[in-house]
Structures are given as structure tokens and as C-alpha cells.
Ligand binder design. Structure first.
Ligand code: GCW
Length: 630
């Protein structure tokens, strides 16, 4: 009716002026436009050509799309929009999702069904779910998605496969989500084209250049590569005595002319460490491998660093590598799929945990330098940086395996957009959007979600001991001994006298020395090391008295009993919502939480008995070790 594709009237009669800033300016030159960073948007209620209208102006098309989603979200949450005037900018330029999907349709550490992208070695014929996923990601401001497992299959680079990936890219494009591929450094050799994959060999560089050119012919907005090399059996530059920078740059140089980037993972470590050597420490690996290379990476390489120095445990300190790269782009890798935190069969809302990492102040040069600012490139004025979330959604109708787990993907997207948001405001948004605005429902679900991580920590890995799970098997059941005396380096070092990894500079592995001096001062002395991370940094006797006044052993007993009770409490809390949420989701989550309450008892008893067997100190409250005392 207005003769412009940017000016639309909805069925309800509302008028929307939608487009990029310059399009909006053409139609409504009287509006004073804000300045917007890439992907940012402006929502404004205004009178246009005599009509009460909503202006949705984006810095680019993607921003305009984000503005539409933001306005819809506000309306769905019944927020007042009639006087809206909101400018929103993303905190960091790169907000990517990683999927660990295998070409056969399975997903590594995926708990939400089969792959939405692949089946039987090819791209699925029916990509309906993939299209819905792209829309879902766009609604959160995600602008990139790596579609295959970082334990990468080189066959993705076959020409016939690239044209299949093009189909996924075509479906993602309207939603502003760029597709990327997890790349195997050995592909030129593995595919039989060359007899080497040495990144410094000109033939290899030429192979990557040609391959990348071919990809961009099919997918002009291709995002780039995610790379896992020299890690857990993946081929890497060490085969040829080359550095991680040599490997990263061979990809980067092929991608550069097209505007692509390389997320190069810092998860490089030796999984055949000698456990007998008390100075060995897997936690040191990322910093040891990457800090010396700072400044040697091209400017379209981003070092993708897991939030903690080990591997997505229920509690870890922030990785010191975030503070160790001053001339290199960084991204934080967060794990949305709950590998070590209940595998979507238990409730564990991870946003509070991620906030602790993002807000952690590294005190570089004694200045305020939180991890979030470092990864966004704000501290050292880097050209790019951001967030990578391992989502692993699948064909399950709930995407992740249960109807409450999506809060983690939602939360990741919101934090990637604005890490200053509180966990409480994020969960409040999510619950209202997912379950409506019945105050009892919102209050109850928010409360359950916000406490769930700490509850899970209580019965699986208190005091920074790590998730005391079966680390050589399913990463799910309680099995603390599986972490000890093997090459994986997730040692707890629990013996008859004491427990914990001594990572001090004075007597331990020296890991603490990787942090800036102000942070060392917090973790090195027992007197200032926080209880929640004590056993990550120190080996102490079971009788050591914590800041909270309990001994370590009593804290173990208490937290396990408390955690099991709290898990039972979650099931009770949920029951109060009967009749307030739809029957299908009500019974699905009831069953899950009842199961979780039982599992928490299994965890409690396994861990309490294990530690009692080791130390022989009975629980003061008589719950563990009574027989021994009688
Ligand atoms: O946590 C470990 C997982 C592996 C995963 C690896 C990684 C994709 O157990 O399944 O491999 O991390 O992050 O590379």
C-alpha cells in the first residue's frame, strides 16, 4: 500500500518501517538515525506519513532481521513497546555455533537425536529442520555455524560434497548465518591428492587455496574453518615439526581474499602424559602451546579457547590463555551440549557458570580486563573475536533432548550478543518466551534453572575437584578413579592423606604462574584461594579447614547429601506446576527430574563411599562410615 518494500502494514494494522539505516533514511529523512555497529539495530516507535509506526533499522540486513526478532520477543513477553527507542549493538563481531556432527548422522557428544545436516554419509535430502535451526540461531544473533565435527572427516572437501554443503548454505543464507566447515589439516594427503600435508610446503598451500576458491564459487558467503589439530589423535603440524601458527596461517591465507576466518582451537594437549610425574599438568597445555606464538597468527585467525584449562568440567577457573594473547584474536568456546554436566538427562543451566568465566577479571597490568572484553578484542584492539558455542542440536523435537535444555542455547546466544546481561534476566526472557507469563510458572522455572548448576556441582564435583565422572567412558556416571593413573591428565590426586592437584608455583606444577600476577596472588596462597576452586589449585589433607569453617572431607559429605536433597527438591518444585504447563511437557520434565533425583543418590553414595574408603574419616553426621566407627 505504501509503494515501498520497506514500509509494510501488518494484518492488525500496525505499520512497520523496516530496512537498513540508509533505506530507512530515504523513506523517513526526518528521523535522526543512531550510529550502529555491524549487525546492530534500532527499534523506534514513530509517526511516519501520519501513521503510528515501528521503525526497525539495521546496520545491515542482518541487523534489520535481528531487530524484527527483538521486537517480536518484546511483544511475546508483553513488554511495553509503544514508546520504544532501543539501540542494540553486538558485543563482539563473531558469534558462532559449532556442531560436532559426523557425516553418518551421528553427533559426537550429542544428546538430542541424529544430525539435522547429515545422514548415511551425505547431506540430508530434507533440510527442513536445518532451515528451522538457521531461523532459531538468527533469532539469537548467531552469525556463523560450523556444521561438522571438529574431529573432522576430510571427505567434506570432496567436490561432490562441497556442492551438497552448498544446499545447507543456501538454506542458512536468508537468516544471515554463515556456514563453515571443520577442517582436517591432513586433507590434502588424506584425500590422496598430495603425499604431504606440511603447511609450509608450497604445494600444500596451493592445494588449500584452490580448495577454498572452489568452496567460495559454490558458497560466496562461506564463513571459514574451525580447526582441531594435534589433539586427541587429530593430525597436526607437529608431524612436520611445524607450529600451530604455521597450520593456522595456511588456512588463513587461502581464506583471506574471500573474507573468511579460521577458528583455530587451543585444545592442544598430550593425552599420554606420565601421571607419575607430579610436575606434569594438562591444564598448562593450551598456554604452553599458544602463548609463545602470540603475534605469529594472521589477522583472520581466531584462537578458540575453552572456558577452562581442562575440558568443560562442572567447575574450572577461566583459562589463563585468555590473558596470554595480546597480539592475537581470541574466542571463548562454551559447551552448550551437557557432556560433563548431565547430558540433557539432568537439569543444568550453564549460564551462571559461563558468566563466571566471562566476568572473571584477569587484571592484566593491574587493569580491569575481564575475559569477555579480551575475547571481544576490546582490550588489545583486535580486529575481531568473539564466541563459539558447541550446541550439538539434533532431530529431537526439543532440539537438545528435553524441553528445559534449550535455555542453554538461548543463554549462549544472549551472552554472545551481550555478556553483561544477568543470568536472571536471560532465564526470565527464556521462560516467558517458552512457557508464557503465568507468574508462578516463570518464578518456579527461573528458580530451578538458576540453582541447577550448583546443585549438579554439589553431587558431582565440589571444591573444584572436576566432574568426578567416568572420563575414559561415558563422561556421565560417577567413577572418580577413572581419572587417576592414566595419560589423560584429569587427575584428582586423591590418596589416603589428601586430595587435589597442586598447581602452585611454589611446590606444584606451576600452572598458577600462567596467570597475571594479581590473579596468581589470589590462587597461590591457601589463605586467599576460594573454596570452590581449592582442589583445582591445591593438594590438601582431608582435614584441611576451608574458609567456610568445614573440613574438606565434611564438605564433601555435606555437599553430596545436600545436592541429592536439592535434586529431589527440583522434582518437587516442578510438580507444583501441574496444570500450569501443558501436560506433554509437564510429564516429560517430571520423569526427567525424578530420574535425576535417583541419579543424584547414586552419585552421592558412590562418591561418599569412595572418599571414605580412601581417607577412613567418617561423616560427623553419621551418614558415611558409621559401621567403621562402631
Ligand atoms: O571434551 C572432549 C570430548 C570430545 C571432543 C573434545 C574436543 C570433539 O570428550 O568428544 O571431541 O573434547 O573438544 O575436541
Amino acid at each position: 500500500m505504501f509503494g515501498s518494500r520497506n514500509l509494510v502494514e501488518s494484518e492488525s494494522g500496525s505499520v512497520f518501517l523496516l530496512g537498513t539505516l540508509s533505506e530507512v533514511h530515504k523513506i523517513a529523512p526526518v528521523l535522526k538515525l543512531p550510529r550502529l555497529a555491524r549487525d546492530g539495530y534500532w527499534l523506534r516507535a514513530a509517526k511516519i506519513r501520519g501513521y503510528d509506526s515501528f521503525v526497525i533499522a539495521g546496520a545491515n540486513d542482518r541487523g534489520a532481521l535481528y531487530g524484527v526478532f527483538a521486537l517480536l520477543s518484546k511483544i511475546a513477553r508483553e513488554q511495553e513497546v509503544s514508546h520504544i527507542d532501543d539501540v542494540e549493538q553486538p558485543y563482539a563481531p563473531l558469534r558462532w555455533i559449532n556442531q560436532w556432527d559426523n557425516l553418518d548422522g551421528s553427533i559426537e557428544r550429542g544428546y538430542g537425536g541424529r544430525s539435522i545436516f547429515f545422514a548415511g554419509g551425505t547431506v540430508r535430502d530434507d533440510l527442513t529442520r536445518a532451515g528451522q535451526y538457521a531461523r532459531l540461531l538468527a533469532s539469537l544473533g548467531i552469525n556463523g555455524c560450523t556444521i561438522n565435527n571438529v574431529n573432522a572427516d576430510p571427505r567434506v572437501f570432496r567436490s561432490d560434497f562441497i556442492s551438497q554443503i552448498k544446499r545447507i548454505a543456501d538454506i542458512f543464507r536468508p537468516w544471515g548465518v554463515r556456514i563453515s566447515i571443520a577442517a582436517d589439516l591432513s586433507a590434502p594427503k588424506a584425500l590422496g591428492d598430495l603425499d604431504t600435508f606440511d603447511p609450509l610446503d608450497p604445494k600444500v598451500a596451493e592445494w588449500w587455496k584452490k580448495k577454498v576458491d572452489e568452496i567460495y564459487r559454490e558458497i560466496p558467503d562461506f564463513g571459514g574453518f574451525t580447526v582441531k589439530a594435534d589433539s586427541e589423535g587429530q593430525p597436526g603440524p607437529s608431524t612436520y615439526g611445524r607450529t600451530q601458527a604455521d597450520a593456522a596461517n595456511v588456512f588463513a591465507r587461502a581464506l583471506k581474499p574471500h573474507g573468511g576466518v579460521v577458528f583455530y582451537r587451543a585444545f592442544v594437549y598430550n593425552h599420554h602424559l606420565d601421571w607419575r610425574n607430579l610436575k606434569n599438568d594438562r591444564a598448562k597445555a593450551a598456554y604452553d602451546n599458544f602463548h609463545p606464538l602470540d603475534g605469529q597468527f594472521d589477522d583472520n585467525v581466531i584462537i578458540q579457547i575453552k572456558n577452562g584449562p581442562i575440558d568443560f568440567q562442572v567447575r574450572e577457573p577461566a583459562s589463563p590463555l585468555f590473558a596470554g594473547l595480546h597480539h592475537t584474536n581470541e574466542a571463548i568456546e562454551l559447551q552448550i551440549t551437557q557432556e560433563y554436566t548431565g547430558q540433557q538427562r539432568q537439569l543444568c543451566f550453564l549460564v551462571p557458570m559461563w558468566k563466571e568465566a566471562l566476568d572473571f577479571d584477569m587484571r592484566i597490568d593491574n587493569q580491569q580486563t575481564p575475559v569477555k572484553a579480551l575475547v571481544a578484542g576490546r582490550v588489545f584492539h583486535r580486529p575481531t573475536g568473539g564466541f563459539a558455542g558447541v550446541a550439538n542440536v539434533g532431530m529431537d523435537p526439543s532440539w537438545l533432548g528435553n524441553s528445559l535444555a534449550m535455555a542453554n542455547l538461548y543463554g549462549f546466544g544472549r551472552l554472545a550478543w551481550n555478556p553483561d546481561l544477568s543470568a536472571k534476566s536471560i532465564i526470565e526472557e527464556w521462560t516467558r518466551l517458552t512457557f508464557g507469563d503465568d507468574p508462578q510458572v516463570v518464578h518456579t522455572i527461573d528458580d530451578m534453572q538458576l540453582h541447577s548448576w550448583h546443585i549438579y556441582e554439589n553431587y558431582t564435583g565440589p571444591l573444584g575437584a572436576g566432574t568426578l565422572t567416568n572420563i575414559t567412558g561415558n563422561h556421565y556416571d560417577p567413577a572418580p578413579e577413572s581419572a587417576e593413573r592414566n595419560g589423560w591428565g584429569q587427575w584428582i590426586r586423591a590418596d589416603h592423606e589428601g586430595i587435589g592437584m597442586d598447581r602452585t608455583i611454589a611446590t606444584g606444577t606451576g600452572f598458577i604462574g600462567q596467570y597475571p600476577p594479581a590473579v596468581q596472588k589470589i590462587y597461590e596462597p591457601l589463605s586467599s584461594c576460594p573454596d570452590k576452586l581449592l582442589l583445582f589449585f591445591h593438594h590438601v589433607p582431608y582435614t584441611y579447614v576451608l574458609h567456610c569453617g568445614k573440613t574438606v572431607i565434611q564438605y564433601f559429605y555435606d555437599s553430596h547429601y545436600e545436592g541429592a536433597e536439592q535434586a529431589a527438591g527440583l522434582a518437587e518444585q516442578w510438580k507444583t506446576l501441574q496444570g500450569h504447563v501443558d501436560e506433554a511437557r509437564f510429564s516429560e520434565i517430571s520423569a526427567m527430574l525424578e530420574y535425576q533425583a535417583r541419579e543424584a543418590i547414586v552419585w552421592r553414595d558412590t562418591i561418599c563411599n569412595w572418599i571414605y574408603q580412601l581417607c577412613g574419616i567418617a561423616d560427623q553426621k553419621g551418614r558415611v562410615g558409621m559401621q567403621a566407627r562402631q
